[in-house]
Design a protein around this ligand. Structure first.
Ligand code: HEM
Length: 493
């Protein structure tokens, strides 16, 4: 079935293809010549249009609901065959088609773009070995490291259960009592908390991942996308004004710039660490609240990402796009970061609920290589032939399957231990990188003033006891930061 037509005046039909006489009329038993009439149940066209309208929304994402999306390509620029043999990363000049979705996190689908928030950076590579997704953020670290806290953290950033509006008390109550997020908070209230455009944001894997080869050897990496046009940020006053006057500012900007042939590009790089370096590393590489120091682990460029095509239809291409950190191709693997492990469950689970269990058959999610997964079949809306008469159980002799020889899991990874309940604890070490960042902010032109200007309004309308505790919390980053906050708050009162 095709739903487009090359004709200037396509013939109007109903969804079953039957020609419709007048798509604006309603069948009814008329009451004289006026507007009165009883609508009849046999008017299938009216029923179809009204009934489909009531079902045209799918649940919006519980986080990252508002987004822009675009297609593009990734090109390999450097030889990285020493660390991975992932097909799409092999061979200088090799190009792979991609789909991206860049989002805010807390707001709903219709919320304003220019808010202080993390930007989600999801990208799907249609490789010859299956779909590879990177589900990244524009800030390098995350607010939590115990995955069970994810829903709590997000609720504290969203609407209050009683008032139904975002609430600074709830926000600070969560963060003060889950203090491991201090490094991410320092980034959020810095200048990068509001980007000037989606074309000018970084992308970070946040977690450590692995890159591996068929012989089972592997390295740990952190991924970085660097905008070739540079990082550009927006001051708080402009952002507030645009949030009211032009709430879709970032979405429009990306769309228009691609439409005008001004394609945004990013350098795609990795920081690399050998497995034998992990124990002596200055940071815990399985803790997503830490960055890896660049002097020890410099950026190594792999390729370039270019966004060069707008979606033809937002709902089909972007709203129904399903990204997941569990979508990985041979040569790329997860690490033992528990947050990443939990995410590998959570995203496909969200997709099965939000889009349906056959989401991978829809155009944006469909692999471009041959798929043979006959044990995943039936279900609502199946449209891939559903494996015809092929056996739907494993180890059939009727149509035996062959197996890939490619090692999927790095061979040296060896795990041995007891199941135990574990939650991370806070230590002074959690404030070290936040402190380093504060020093950098203080060296930037007006960096300190902007940071204070960004954070002060969120501290004004919260209970005095909580405010005092939050100030002490920032005092652990640097006593001078607590002092500046106290002085500025006094000036405001
Ligand atoms: C325990 C931690 C986390 C959990 C349970 C979680 C879960 C989710 C869920 C359920 C969605 C909605 C998916 C959908 O309905 O399509 C989502 C979206 C997203 N998350 Fe997470 N998340 C976590 C942490 C993170 C981190 C650390 C990052 C970045 C490094 C991240 C980046 C994103 C992005 C970019 C999206 C939007 C994807 C899209 O454009 O469709 N999340 N997350």
């Amino acid at each position: 079935m095709s739903v487009s037509s090359s004709s200037d005046h396509p013939t109007s039909t109903m969804a079953n293809g039957q020609p419709s006489a007048d798509p604006g009329s309603v069948q009814q038993i008329r009451y004289g010549n006026g507007n009165g009439g009883l609508v009849v149940l046999s008017d299938t066209q009216t029923i179809e249009v009204l009934a489909h309208f009531a079902r045209e929304r799918i649940p919006e994402r519980s986080v990252h609901a508002k987004a822009a999306g675009a297609f593009g390509e990734f090109e390999v620029l450097e030889d990285v065959s020493d660390i991975t043999d992932a097909d799409f990363l092999t061979g200088v000049g090799k190009k792979t088609k991609v789909l991206t979705r860049i989002s805010t996190v807390g707001g709903e689908k219709g919320s304003a773009d220019t808010v202080r928030d993390v930007r989600g950076w999801a990208i799907k590579f249609y490789t010859e070995e299956g779909i590879q997704d990177f589900v990244f953020n524009d800030l390098p670290v995350f607010f939590i490291r115990d995955p069970i806290k994810f829903p709590s953290m997000n609720r504290s950033h969203k609407r209050h259960p009683q008032t139904n509006v975002p609430d600074n008390t709830m926000f600070w109550d969560f963060h003060k009592n889950n203090p491991e997020g201090i490094h991410a908070l320092m980034h959020l209230f810095g200048s990068r908390g509001i980007p000037a455009s989606l074309r000018n944001i970084n992308g970070y894997s946040v977690h450590s991942y692995t890159l591996s080869k068929a012989d089972g050897s592997y390295v740990y990496v952190k991924w970085h996308f660097k905008p070739e046009d540079g990082v550009k940020t927006m001051d708080a006053n402009t952002a507030v004004r645009l949030a009211g006057s032009d709430p879709d500012y970032h979405v429009k900007d990306l769309f228009k710039s691609i439409e005008n042939g001004k394609y945004p590009t990013w350098s795609v790089c990795v920081q690399v660490m050998k497995p034998e370096q992990v124990k002596s590393a200055p940071i815990d590489i399985f803790d997503c609240t830490f960055t890896w120091p660049f002097d020890k682990y410099p950026l190594r460029r792999i390729g370039r990402l270019t966004l060069n095509k707008n979606p033809n239809n937002y709902f089909q291409d972007i709203e129904q796009a399903c990204f997941s950190p569990s979508n990985m191709v041979p040569g790329i693997g997860p690490s033992a970061d528990p947050v990443l492990q939990a995410r590998m469950f959570s995203y496909p689970d969200a997709h099965r609920y939000r889009v349906g269990p056959n989401y991978f058959q829809l155009p944006p999610n469909r692999p471009t290589n041959t798929v043979y997964a006959p044990y995943v079949r039936d279900g609502p809306g199946t449209m891939n032939g559903n494996y015809g008469s092929d056996p739907d159980y494993v180890f059939s002799e009727l149509r035996p399957v062959s197996q890939s020889k490619r090692v999927q899991i790095p061979l040296q990874e060896h795990w041995d231990g007891k199941v135990s309940s574990f939650a991370t604890k806070l230590s002074d070490n959690d404030f070290v990188q936040a402190r380093q960042l504060w020093k950098i902010i203080c060296k930037e032109e007006n960096g300190k003033e902007h940071f204070l200007y960004n954070i002060i309004p969120t501290l004004q309308d919260i209970p005095a006891t909580l405010r005092k505790e939050v100030l002490k919390y920032f005092g652990r980053v640097d006593p001078s930061l607590q002092q500046c906050l106290e002085e500025d708050l006094k000036k405001q009162h």
